[in-house]
Ligand binder design. Structure first.
Ligand code: NIG
Ligand code: FE
Length: 411
């Protein structure tokens, strides 16, 4: 099976030698070829270049991309798309003035979603979740991290992992599973949080490891959820099972979660709506990538991550949707790229870099995904006709995507 795309107006993120992360100044440049072609065999990018250098190649499928942009598909490194039901009633509560915290305190929030998920059958949970994933793919996402965290019992967390495993088997998209049992304290453990942490460290992590599905461990490190000591205990326990941290930090309060993540060699620290100079210092020289989630800031009306402060300090930055029923019920990466420009003051080049190469890095897959490089996997987007790639973020809330290719297959 082979596919040839010809007459591409702008072919973005082309790299002769493999690129796995872009930091600071490097994020300002988006490498590209104008009037280009790409040739794909099976699931692999074999050749690309300028049309003037193109010599006829035979292919099963030939696509004429005149006037269109081609780029690596979006890499969404932070989602919670396996959930049951929705939280529209809380949405209305918030419109009427309640905060995220106030809703959680009266039994809503994550605990509400956990209750519904526990009562939902595994098949039904799969059906709801795969539908969401297919919508994301149609909007240009080719690789997705998916977290547990709406189970909050050993049984329900394992059910979530099995559903994620099934999604991974059934879908062409790349799926990266993360164990987030420490997402909230279940009501039955309200006055005995340490017992829930023990359940996670002594039962859930070992049982999850036996299933051999999760790649990463996550903790919601936040006031009212898991503090620094709790987070460290969970990361320590996960270490012996080779679960590297990717953690929720600094969403509402700065507890020191960024420095803790760096200390434990976290692949990513995510949210960062609150951020201080010490956090920046902690990230300097580390392999940990910060991840901004502008959809969450938009939906909860909380501060946007200070992307300029991060990038101007020479650090890398990824952007992701945080798709979940409570704080970000959208998985549209095109909107995230646009929000990164409008609200985080990132340039289109920085935003596209943050949503491709750096998104792939934040899932540990940037050696094979996130750029147009010979030998890398063929996960590509073809846009509708447009004059310049800047139209992707500029025309916010429009759908710029016309076709997607995942693992070499045109969908
Ligand atoms: O990333 N902050 C923690 N977890 C999710 C929200 C979960 C929910 O409200 O259901 C987040 O924003
Ligand atoms: Fe999240």
């Amino acid at each position: 099976m082979s596919t040839l795309i010809l007459n591409i107006k702008q072919l973005l993120q082309t790299h002769e030698s493999n690129v796995t992360i872009l930091k600071g100044e490097e994020m300002k440049t988006l490498s590209m070829i104008e009037n280009a072609y790409v040739y794909i065999e099976h699931d692999t990018i074999i050749e690309y270049g300028k049309m003037e250098d193109y010599r006829p190649i035979e292919a099963n499928t030939i696509i004429d991309a005149t006037g269109k942009i081609v780029l690596p598909s979006w890499c969404d490194s932070h989602t919670h798309i396996v959930y049951a039901g929705d939280r529209t009633s809380e949405f209305v509560d918030r419109i009427n003035g309640l905060s995220y915290e106030e809703i959680a305190n009266k039994g809503g929030g994550i605990l509400n979603s956990a209750k519904v998920l526990q009562e939902t059958s595994e098949d039904e949970l799969y059906n709801q979740s795969i539908k969401r994933l297919n919508e994301l793919i149609a909007m240009g996402t080719g690789a997705v991290e998916i977290k547990t965290g709406y189970g909050l019992t050993v049984e329900a967390e394992l059910k979530m992992l099995r559903v994620i495993k099934r999604i991974k088997q059934e879908s062409l998209a790349v799926i990266i599973p993360t164990l987030l049992a420490a997402h909230a304290i279940p009501s039955e453990f309200k006055s005995k949080k340490q017992e829930y942490i023990k359940l996670i460290t002594e039962k859930l992590i070992p049982q999850a490891a036996e299933l051999n599905i999760a790649h990463f461990i996550d903790v919601f490190c936040e006031e009212g959820y898991f503090d620094i000591k709790d987070t460290e205990a969970i990361l320590e326990a996960a270490k012996s099972y080779n679960l590297r941290p990717k953690i929720h930090v600094n969403q509402f309060n700065i507890l020191g979660g960024i420095a803790l993540g760096v200390k434990h060699n976290a692949l990513s620290v995510d949210h960062l709506e609150e951020l201080n100079d010490k956090d920046i210092e902690a990230l300097e020289g580390s392999d940990t990538i910060p991840v901004a989630l502008p959809g969450c800031s938009y939906f909860l009306s909380i501060p946007y991550t200070q992307a300029r402060k991060i990038i101007d300090a020479g650090l890398p930055l990824a952007i992701a949707t945080d798709y979940n029923p409570g704080s970000a019920p959208s998985g549209n990466m095109n909107f995230i790229v646009s929000s990164a420009c409008v609200k985080l003051k990132m340039t289109p080049e920085e935003a596209i870099n943050a949503a491709t190469v750096n998104g792939a890095y934040a899932m540990g897959i940037s050696n094979m995904y996130g750029s147009i490089t010979r030998g890398k996997k063929a996960n590509l987007l073809i846009t509708k006709p447009m004059n310049h790639y800047s139209e992707i973020p500029y025309a916010f809330a429009h759908n710029p995507i016309e076709q997607v290719i995942i693992n070499g297959q045109l969908l």
